[in-house]
Design a protein around this ligand. Structure first.
Ligand code: SAM
Ligand code: SF4
Length: 467
């Protein structure tokens, strides 16, 4: 019997890419491939790329430079190493990649990767292939389901794509061009996948989409369901003790989504709500469709529904025309909201987006200096949030062994890693943990003595971190 062929997949960027990479692994598993952690012993290497910022795209070319000698070494021993570039850089720069990187065999966009097995079979005969179409058929209809073993290997927490693409056209963003128009998966398909994940042992599901709060999937009743309504249906799958969703847009919070936060114990009290800027002038130039006051109102409505809610965000500094006064408004917003954490980025001009053509591009040195000040404010808020967790009793979902013998790592409702001495049988279970220490960005704790019912711990314990 011949050894199984091996595929090495590297994912760059967002959770959507992590999900897509797993689907490509599932597709190739049907063709007899198993996954390998190293490119050197692989028969196929897939680089699943991100185009959101310039740096993300540059990484592709430096990784391709490292793969070239591996491909040459494989060829010397009579082995063929096929190199695939998938994802948003493939979509945006297919012909450019083909011109610059002779090492690449297949270039496939995010909407056509279900054709990967066929493309890999054709490439040895037909030469380099580029497939960056937005096909009529949905790739989801052609993707195999993950087997229970693959799901278990990936852990107790899983992503589930419910929505793709974006119609919002923020002026800085490539997503509407690389991922295409908004598309929502039907409710029945989402629920079937969620049930499979739960049956294979997944205990936390994060519904993902570039713009997940714009979800409008067709329900069994023929109506377009919103994200709020979908969350109620997924929460009804008993084994799933934790639900999350990302990334939502501040202008999209409707009453159903707010009441889901009030009523669904499984919906974790942590919302990633990117604001990008605290300045109304910059928000308008970004075409974000909300004001600073509108953003703060969305936060207030959510906090009124569930008082222990905490927030994270994304910020862009140095958008064209951003003045020091605009930037100060972003800095102040960090303290006003009191984020539990946030990502921050220097504005990166993306070819083809409206903002790239704006005058008043901010010099790199100014962007960097603002980024450092913003990151200091975010770190201060994050440390304050973590400090408030000291002494709290938090439900922790244990994910894997920790670095020290007898230690497990789990996650709090707020996504903080929590290190606890506990038996390995606790993996995939939720238990109440008393937080006893803080280190860098994680927490330490001990199992609460009275925790006898993990499901109650996941759903009923008071969570006392946020103020
Ligand atoms: N849909 C999400 C939203 O509306 O906030 C954002 C998705 S985007 C994949 C993730 C983050 O990348 C954005 O929130 C933004 O902060 C950042 N980003 C996007 N385009 C960028 C650019 N041109 N330069 C710097 N950061 C960018
Ligand atoms: Fe990009 Fe998000 Fe704006 Fe859509 S809503 S264009 S994904 S930043």
């Amino acid at each position: 019997m011949s050894a199984p062929r091996k595929v090495h997949i590297k994912s760059y960027g967002c959770q959507m890419n992590v999900y897509d990479s797993d689907r490509m692994a599932d597709l190739l598993a049907e063709e007899g491939f198993c996954e390998t952690a190293t490119a050197a012993d692989a028969d196929v290497v897939i680089l699943n790329t991100c185009h959101i910022r310039e740096k993300a795209a540059e990484k592709l070319y430096s990784d391709l430079g490292r793969i070239r000698p591996l491909k040459q070494a494989a060829a010397r021993t009579g082995r063929r190493l096929a190199v695939v570039v998938a994802g948003c850089v493939a979509q945006a720069e297919g012909p450019e990649i083909a011109r610059r990187a002779g090492v690449v065999d297949v270039i496939v966009g995010p909407q056509s990767y279900h054709r990967l097995p066929t493309l890999l079979a054709r490439a040895p005969h037909e030469g380099r292939l580029v497939d960056t179409e937005f096909p009529i058929e949905s790739k989801f209809d052609s993707l195999p389901h993950s087997g229970p073993q693959a799901v278990r290997r990936r852990g107790v927490s899983a992503f589930l794509t419910v929505q793709e693409g974006c119609d919002k056209f923020c002026t800085f963003c490539v997503v509407p061009y690389t991922r295409g128009a908004e598309m929502s998966r039907p409710v029945a398909a989402v629920l079937a996948e969620a049930e499979e994940l739960a049956a294979a042992g997944v205990r936390e599901i994060t519904l993902i989409g570039q713009n997940v709060s714009a979800y409008r999937g067709v329900g069994p009743d023929g109506q377009a369901w919103t994200l709020g309504r979908l969350l109620y249906a997924v929460a009804a799958i008993g084994e799933v003790s934790r639900l999350r969703y990302t990334t939502s847009h501040p202008a999209d919070f409707d009453a159903a989504l707010i009441s889901a936060h009030r009523e669904l114990a499984a919906l974790m009290p942590f919302v990633h709500l990117p604001v990008q800027s605290g300045s109304d002038r910059i928000l308008a130039a970004m075409n974000r469709r909300y004001t600073r006051a509108g953003y703060l109102r969305a936060i207030e409505r959510l906090r009124a529904a569930r008082s222990d809610l905490a927030f994270s965000s994304d910020f862009i500094v140095g958008f064209p025309g951003e003045t020091e006064a605009d930037f100060q408004e972003s800095l102040q917003l960090v303290d006003t909201v009191g984020y539990a954490g946030a990502f921050s980025f220097k504005y990166s001009a993306r070819p083809g987006t409206p903002a790239a053509a704006l005058p008043d591009q901010v010099p790199e040195a100014v962007k960097l200096e603002r980024l450092l000040r913003l990151q200091a404010a975010i770190a201060r808020n994050q440390a304050a949030f973590n400090a408030k967790c000291l002494g709290a009793r938090l439900p922790v979902l244990f994910e894997k062994p920790g670095r020290h013998p007898g230690q497990l790592v789990g996650r709090s409702p707020y996504m903080q890693p929590v290190h606890v001495m506990a038996d390995a049988s606790m993996i995939a279970k939720t238990a109440t943990v008393t937080i006893t220490g803080l280190s860098a960005n994680s927490l330490e704790g001990t199992l609460a003595a009275d925790d006898s019912d993990p499901r109650r711990a996941a759903q009923g314990e008071p969570e006392t971190c946020p103020g």
